[in-house]
Design a protein around this ligand. Structure first.
Ligand code: SF4
Ligand code: SF4
Length: 99
């Protein structure tokens, strides 16, 4: 019998199996006017892709490209209406490949 113990994959190896098909229509948008009055900026620390960048003026820059579609920012955001989410257009978004 083969010994198939779990081996932790390197982050780079995992990411090499992911393809981002970026749609011209953002599937996630951020109302940065709401972000200006946000005191937690929870998204900055929660987003695993580091897509929320605080500005020196207290605002937020957001780039939807390379979004993992994990939904974490939507869960942690405490700014009413700051984040709007819709599913990516067909053929766009994150594609996971095997092998
Ligand atoms: S947590 Fe929400 S409201 Fe606060 S900065 Fe992030 S996206 Fe904006
Ligand atoms: S859905 Fe996930 S990866 Fe995409 S912006 Fe939100 S926290 Fe970041």
């Amino acid at each position: 019998m083969t010994d198939r113990r779990y081996q932790e994959a390197a982050f780079e190896d995992v990411m090499s199996t992911v393809e981002f098909r970026v749609s011209p229509r953002p599937h996630i948008t951020v109302d940065t006017d709401v972000c200006r009055s946000c005191t937690t900026k929870a998204c900055v620390h929660a987003c695993p892709a580091d897509l929320f960048v605080p500005t020196s003026e207290g605002g937020i820059l957001f780039n939807y490209e390379q979004c993992f579609e994990c939904g974490t920012c939507y869960q942690v955001c405490d700014g009413e209406g700051a984040i709007s989410w819709s599913y990516p257009d067909g053929g766009a978004g994150v594609v996971f490949k095997r092998g």
